[in-house]
Design a protein around this ligand. Structure first.
Ligand SMILES: C[S@@+](CC[C@H](N)C(=O)[O-])C[C@H]1O[C@@H](n2cnc3c(N)ncnc32)[C@H](O)[C@@H]1O
Length: 347
């Protein structure tokens, strides 16, 4: 289908709307390069029957299941902008006592078939997993969220990701600021540095402690010759030369916190929910803040109870949701209309 880029008619049908239909068909009506972010959780392989003709999930083999998913994934790749992302969350399945590695098979197939890259496989750690304890297996408490991009020029806002978490951590460090770096003064004294090297090390240490106290940097590490191990890898570069020649080296930590590919969050349960497999709002929200600019468009081709749309609306992003089951769309519409955009995204 040929699209006229200037023709925004599709938006009238899709933008800030939740539609009933098969995503493999409906997505074809959306022009190339027009969506900022797709985030979704497709039906897991042979997990439950969504009771609607054409629904994905109950194929006889993993291969068939992945083939069907790929039809929708292909459309997702086409409709995201060059600076956009596709985030897919999948769960695994045991067959004859062995994990099938469904999420990873899907990711491999996606990389094989589409001109995309996998920039992260974020692990969602479920704080309250289903307590289905098998005698000889640990409880499964993690699921991947794969982040795919189609160019190097993708939107990425790490400061917005897990920012509350960083703030709380920063506060904790704040309490100990009077003690920051003090143990290094003792280690410098104990070391076999020359008196000149010791006094230079102390001067540099005072300087970096001041930078932390003034909030210019988040923290630092110091390595002192004879006390700490040489930097791993043994390259004849910067830090190794500094350790040998001046007797110490200081590593400044610029960010407040390392942004790691792990998110801890409970499994979502909504009282009276009309859907059996609801996305955790917290995880979706953190990924939207990381990957979609304010006022951008977030699309979920398996929107179910509408979680993606609810979170996008709260965070001041436009949403599009599709689900094959009309009952779920009815429930999702109610959830979304009960949702208000957070004040900070309106102002
Ligand atoms: C795991 S659920 C998604 C749950 C959702 N993330 C939420 O928070 O409620 C998968 C959904 O995909 C829908 N579905 C299955 N096949 C579909 C298709 N071909 N097109 C659109 N939706 C489909 C099912 O009806 C189901 O609601």
């Amino acid at each position: 289908m040929a699209y006229n880029k200037k023709n925004d008619d599709w938006k009238k049908k899709f933008l800030n709307n939740l539609l009933v239909g098969d995503s493999a068909e409906l997505l074809k009506e959306i022009p190339d390069n027009s969506i900022h972010m797709v985030i979704t959780s497709p039906p897991y392989f042979q997990q439950r029957d969504y009771g609607v003709e054409g629904a994905i999930g109950n194929e006889r083999t993993v291969e068939e299941y992945i083939d069907n998913l790929m039809k929708i994934f292909h459309e997702c790749v086409r409709i995201i902008r060059p600076d956009g992302h596709i985030v897919f969350n999948l769960g695994d399945k045991y067959k004859n006592g062995s994990l099938l590695l469904v999420p990873w098979r899907f990711a491999l197939e996606a990389l094989k078939r589409e001109p995309i890259r996998l920039i992260n496989a974020v692990t969602w750690v479920k704080l309250n997993p289903t307590p289905r304890q098998h005698k000889k297996r640990l409880v499964n408490a993690t699921e991947p969220f794969f982040i795919f991009v189609k160019s190097d020029n993708y939107y990425f806002d790490p400061d917005a990701f897990m920012s509350l978490h960083s703030l709380l951590k920063g506060k904790k460090n704040h309490n100990n600021r009077s003690k920051i770096g003090q143990r290094y003064f003792e280690l410098i004294e104990k070391s076999n540095l020359t008196p000149e090297q010791k006094s230079r090390a102390k001067r540099e240490l005072e300087k970096v402690i001041k930078e932390v106290k003034e909030g210019k940097i988040a923290g630092f590490r110091m390595k002192i010759r004879g006390i700490h191990a040489l930097p791993f890898g043994g390259q004849e570069g910067g830090r190794k030369i500094q350790l040998e020649k001046q007797g110490f080296t200081i590593i400044r930590i610029l960010g407040r916190d390392l942004k790691k590919d792990v998110i801890e969050s409970p499994v979502e349960t909504i009282k009276g929910a009309k859907h059996p497999a609801i996305f955790p709002e917290f995880v979706v929200g953190e990924l939207i803040k990381l990957l979609c600019p304010p006022k951008g468009i977030v699309l979920d081709p398996f929107v179910g109870s509408g979680t993606t749309a609810v979170v996008a609306k709260k965070l001041g992003r436009h949403y599009i949701g599709i689900d094959i089951n009309p009952e779920y769309i009815k429930y999702a519409k109610k959830r979304v209309s009960d949702t208000v955009t957070l004040l900070e995204y309106i102002l």
